[in-house]
Design a protein around this ligand. Structure first.
Ligand SMILES: *Cc1c(COP(=O)(O)O)cnc(C)c1O
Length: 220
């Protein structure tokens, strides 16, 4: 079942798009099943789940933190997390740098942008990010690497609106790529698209899709 879902989804993804299997709320056994089917990149949105699952599963898994992250909880995932998709404040970015340094690592980060109409979603505006990237303090962060941007569209059946929101994230990415990140080959990821909208996201330039329920089944 899971292997079939993975196979179908992977078959529909262009080569340049990375699949993050979102395993939040799902038990170890189901993650192992996906692992046995070849999946190596898993996304979780809660620190306690990451901390629980990491030691229980094979060590070559790349763990991605995709949910809102409180600064005080960075410490517990810093030893092993591969990518943090949900950087939504300068304070958080600085804390990730500090904890990465304590672990003698560099942690890949994505800047989360607020592209949805909904007020509940976290994320930066372009102005806020330009200010951070222009600061002296930012240039001193040696243990984080900003590898791209992340966003979530409004939860709506209006495909036009969702496509427009994804397009706005692509435009933000281009502005940063041609601005502060000029010449930085590492800045290349656009994390957007979930089970219901990943095809639309890919049409709008996504390089990383975060798919949960279409792989593991509905969450309760
Ligand atoms: C849960 C979640 C997903 C996956 O959602 P599905 O609809 O199950 O594919 C993607 N991104 C984030 C940030 C999530 O919290």
């Amino acid at each position: 079942m899971i292997s079939e879902n993975l196979e179908n989804i992977k078959a529909s993804l262009p080569d340049h798009v990375t699949l993050v299997a979102v395993s939040k709320t799902k038990p170890i056994e189901l993650l192992q099943e996906a692992y046995d089917a070849g999946q190596r990149i898993f996304g979780e949105n809660r620190v306690h789940e990451l901390v629980e699952k990491f030691p229980a599963l094979p060590q070559d898994i790349e763990w991605h933190m995709i949910g809102h992250l409180q600064s005080k909880k960075v410490k517990s995932i810093a030893p092993f997390v591969s990518v943090i998709h949900s950087i939504d404040s300068f304070k958080l970015l600085k804390e990730v740098n500090k904890q990465a340094k304590n672990n003698d690592r560099v942690i890949d980060c994505l800047l989360q942008f607020h592209i949805a109409q909904e007020e509940t979603k976290y994320g930066f505006s372009l102005e806020e990010v330009l200010e951070i990237l222009g600061s002296v303090e930012y240039t001193q962060l040696e243990n984080i690497s900003i590898v791209g941007v992340m966003g979530m569209a409004t939860f709506t059946s209006d495909q036009r609106q969702v496509a427009d929101e994804f397009h706005s994230l692509k435009k933000i990415f281009e502005e940063l790529k041609n601005g502060p990140f000029t010449g930085n080959e590492g800045f290349k990821e656009i994390s957007m698209g979930m089970s219901g909208d990943y095809q639309l996201a890919i049409q709008q330039g996504s390089t990383m899709v975060r798919v949960g329920s279409s792989i593991f089944g509905a969450r309760h």
